[in-house]
Design a protein around this ligand. Structure first.
Ligand SMILES: Cc1cc2nc3c(=O)[nH]c(=O)nc-3n(C[C@H](O)[C@H](O)[C@H](O)COP(=O)(O)OP(=O)(O)OC[C@H]3O[C@@H](n4cnc5c(N)ncnc54)[C@H](O)[C@@H]3O)c2cc1C
Length: 396
């Protein structure tokens, strides 16, 4: 009997797992003993990490998209559009339904469908929604707004946690400060404020570095500010505990949640995400313990940090464990919480060198003291060109 691996979502984590398995099991696939199927609702991959840079023209939309067929091994069976859009996941019957009505059965399931933004989660936010978090078009629109901004107060608001890559709004704020200072030369005319929903900005050493740089650059940080509502007509935001701040331009990271199919299928826990064992990443949600179901990337537990770097590490662990399960030996590796958060404090311009650092950590090892460097800037800029041909193809 043919063994079936079904992967839901061909984004960062799903593609890495599919490509790793396709390479490892090339003989089994050729002999018809194993089938790897990937389902995704669209046929173009988007590297959303690049959205942070689009408003500043540091990448082009072409840098950030690739046809999925180019990124997935031809040994993988892939289905996109209505054939690939998941509408139901039945863990008890081991069956997944897609929009066209077709059902897929599986022996091993990987759920890697990411997170989606939900601006309707904050009253009034949709009346004044400027965000670089949701799509390339939205990020380019933010670019237009900051190019034409004449002066006043720009508020960057992170509505609440968890969001994918919590460091991205912080580096966006530093990029914006550099842009207003060194490119547009209007820094003195702009009050820049970051509304942050928690007290610390990341783990202690990360928070320390960021706090110092925010102060140095005159970016006001208002903490514990969970976005409660937006009053677009009066250009005012209010926190859930009643504090009010005015703005001339509001740039928001909306609340995030799992995909509709995940919610409709009853997979999520009381925190609103899919629970899993924090080290094996096997499903441990309200439908019971499912050892043949792996939860990877942004749709995973609320308390596992949602980053592309983390999704990559998780994908490696799950690939390894799937390979060993299918091969019938009992060797298991564990996800130890490896993750990372690239931080940028300065954008390169005629006036300044770019400065960045890719801070990494794990469950038990928080980041050590660090500083941003020019080399870090070059490495981080380079990454986006390696993403499609190295990361996604599971070659690093
Ligand atoms: C603005 C921004 C900046 C970021 N910056 C960084 C960074 O600097 N560093 C970093 O490490 N991370 C960063 N991230 C986070 C990173 O992009 C995510 O953590 C990573 O993409 C998660 O991978 P994933 O596979 O879980 O989800 P995704 O890559 O989002 O993939 C999910 C896939 O599921 C598909 N899908 C969704 N619904 C369905 C459905 N119903 N049926 C079938 N398919 C479906 C989607 O089309 C998509 O292909 C950033 C994110 C954003 C938004």
């Amino acid at each position: 009997m043919k063994e079936r691996v079904l992967i839901l979502g061909a984004g960062y984590a799903g593609a890495v797992i599919a490509n790793t398995l396709a390479r490892e099991f090339r003989r089994k696939i050729a002999k018809g003993e194993l089938e790897i199927t990937v389902l995704d609702k669209n046929d173009m991959g988007v590297n959303q990490g690049g959205f942070t840079f689009l408003p500043f023209g540091l990448y082009t939309p072409e840098d950030l998209v690739r046809p999925r067929k180019e990124s997935l091994s031809p040994r993988i069976k892939s289905r996109f559009g209505d054939q690939g859009e998941v509408t139901g996941i039945d863990l008890n019957r081991q069956q997944v339904t897609v929009k066209s009505g077709k059902n897929y059965s599986y022996d091993h399931l990987v759920i890697a469908m990411g997170a989606r933004s939900d601006a309707s989660g904050v009253p009034g936010l949709e009346d004044d929604l400027n965000t670089f978090y949701t799509s390339m078009d939205d990020a380019l629109e933010v670019g237009e707004l900051i190019r034409n901004f004449k002066g006043g107060r720009i508020v960057v608001s992170v509505s609440r946690m968890p969001i994918p890559c919590p460091g991205a709004p912080v580096k966006f704020s530093f990029l914006l400060e550099s842009y207003l200072r060194d490119i547009r030369n209007i820094r003195d005319d702009v009050q820049l404020t970051l509304l942050w929903p928690m007290e610390p900005i990341g783990p202690p050493e990360f928070n320390k570095l960021v706090t110092g740089r925010l102060e140095e650059k005159g970016i006001e940080a208002i903490r514990q500010f969970q976005l409660g509502k937006v009053d677009a007509s009066n250009k005012m935001v209010e926190s859930t505990d009643g504090r009010q701040e005015n703005y001339d331009l509001l740039i928001t990271v909306p609340p995030h949640k799992p995909q509709k199919a995940v919610l409709d299928s009853g997979l999520t826990d009381e925190k609103g995400w899919i629970d899993a064992d924090k080290t094996t990443l096997q499903y441990r949600g309200p439908l019971g313990d499912k050892d043949n179901v792996y939860i990877v990337g942004d749709n995973g537990p609320a308390d596992i940090l949602k980053t592309g770097i983390g999704a990559h590490y998780q994908a490696q662990v799950v690939s390894h464990n799937l390979i060993n399960t299918i091969n019938g030996n009992n060797i298991k590796s564990k996800y130890k919480g490896e993750t990372g958060c690239p931080i940028i404090t300065d954008m390169a311009s005629d006036a300044h060198t770019g400065r960045a650092y890719i801070a990494t950590w794990s469950y038990k090892n928080p980041p050590q003291s660090f500083d941003t460097t020019q080399l870090g800037w070059y490495l981080y800029r380079m990454y986006y060109y390696l993403h499609w041909d190295m990361s996604i193809k599971a070659l690093m």
